[in-house]
Write a protein that binds this ligand. Structure first.
Ligand SMILES: NC(=O)c1ccc[n+]([C@@H]2O[C@H](COP(=O)([O-])OP(=O)(O)OC[C@H]3O[C@@H](n4cnc5c(N)ncnc54)[C@H](OP(=O)(O)O)[C@@H]3O)[C@@H](O)[C@H]2O)c1
Length: 236
C-alpha cells in the first residue's frame, strides 16, 4: 500500500474539479481524476502532466460505472484518503411553478443521488485510511438562510434546491461517521467562471479550487459537518 495520500475528484476533466486535481497533485497527493467520458479524462490528465494524476472513468449517475471505479481503486491502491464530490450540473432556471419534476430530477441525479452512490461505494476504502476526508462541493446558492432572506439575490432554480439537499447529506454523513476518523464538509468555491455558468463567474476556477483543495487537505479535526467558504462559515 502506498504511503502517498490517494484522492478521488469526481467531474475533474474541467473547471473547478480539474483545478482541484492540479492543486492536490501539486501537494503530493495521488489524484484519481474522475471523468464520465474516457477521452475527456485522458486529455485532462495529460494537461496535468508531471503531476501524480491518473484518469478514472466515472459517471456518478451510473451505479455500474461507480462500482467499477471503486473496484479499480481497491485493486490498484487498496484504500482512499480523500473524496471530492465535485461533479455537478446546473439545470432548471425559472420559477418553481414553471419547472417540472424532471428539471429537479436532472439536477438531483448528479448533485445529490450521484454523491450518495459514489460516497457509499468508496466509504469502505475511506475507512481503511487513517483519517478519511469527504468534501462535498456545494454552493452558497444552496444556503437556505441566504435563499430565504427578503433581499435574496439567489436565483430560484432546481440547482439551488439540489445544493441544499447536498448540504443535508453532509450533515447526515458527518453525524453518522462522528465516531470514526472520517470527516465530511460542504464547501462553497465562490462564483467561478466555468462552463457551468457560461463563464459569467467573477473568479477563476483555480481560485475556487483553492477553497476546495484547502478543505480536502486540512488536518482532520473539528470542522466535520460544517459548510465552509473562503470567508469562513457559510450559513446553512
Ligand atoms: N462555477 C461556479 O461558480 C460554482 C459555484 C459554486 C459551486 N460550484 C460547483 O462546483 C462543481 C464544479 O462545477 P464547475 O463550475 O467546475 O462546472 P463545469 O466546468 O461544468 O464542470 C462540471 C464537471 O462535472 C462533470 N459531470 C457532470 N455530470 C457528470 C456525471 N454524471 N458524472 C461525472 N461527472 C459529471 C462534468 O463532466 P463533462 O465535462 O463530461 O460534462 C464536468 O467535469 C459543481 O458541483 C458546481 O455545482 C460551481
Amino acid at each position: 500500500m502506498s504511503d502517498m495520500r490517494i484522492a478521488l475528484v469526481t467531474g475533474a476533466n474541467k473547471g473547478i474539479g480539474l483545478e482541484t486535481a492540479r492543486r492536490l497533485g501539486q501537494a503530493g497527493v495521488t489524484v484519481l481524476l474522475g471523468a464520465r467520458d474516457p477521452d475527456r479524462g485522458t486529455e485532462a490528465a495529460a494537461r496535468l502532466g508531471g503531476l501524480p494524476v491518473v484518469p478514472l472513468l466515472l459517471d456518478v449517475t451510473d451505479p455500474g460505472s461507480v462500482a467499477a471505479a471503486a473496484k479499480r481503486i481497491e485493486d490498484e491502491y487498496g484504500r482512499l484518503d480523500i473524496l471530492v464530490n465535485n461533479a455537478g450540473v446546473l439545470t432548471g432556471w425559472g420559477r418553481p411553478a414553471d419547472l417540472t419534476a424532471a428539471d429537479f430530477r436532472a439536477a438531483y441525479e448528479v448533485n445529490v443521488f450521484g454523491v450518495v452512490t459514489v460516497t457509499n461505494a468508496v466509504l469502505p476504502l475511506l475507512r481503511r485510511g487513517p483519517a478519511g476526508r469527504i468534501v462535498n462541493v456545494s454552493s452558497a446558492m444552496g444556503s437556505l438562510t441566504l435563499q430565504a432572506a427578503p433581499d435574496s439575490q439567489i436565483p430560484i432554480m432546481s440547482y439551488s434546491s439540489s445544493k441544499a439537499a447536498l448540504n443535508g447529506l453532509t450533515v447526515a454523513y458527518a453525524a453518522d461517521l462522528r465516531d470514526t476518523p472520517i470527516t465530511v464538509v460542504s464547501v462553497d468555491p465562490g462564483y467561478c467562471a466555468t462552463d457551468l455558468n457560461r463563464h459569467t463567474g467573477s473568479r477563476s476556477a483555480a481560485e475556487g479550487a483553492v477553497v476546495v483543495a484547502g478543505a480536502a487537505l486540512r488536518e482532520a479535526g473539528v470542522d466535520s459537518g460544517r459548510f465552509l467558504g473562503d470567508g469562513g462559515e457559510v450559513p446553512w
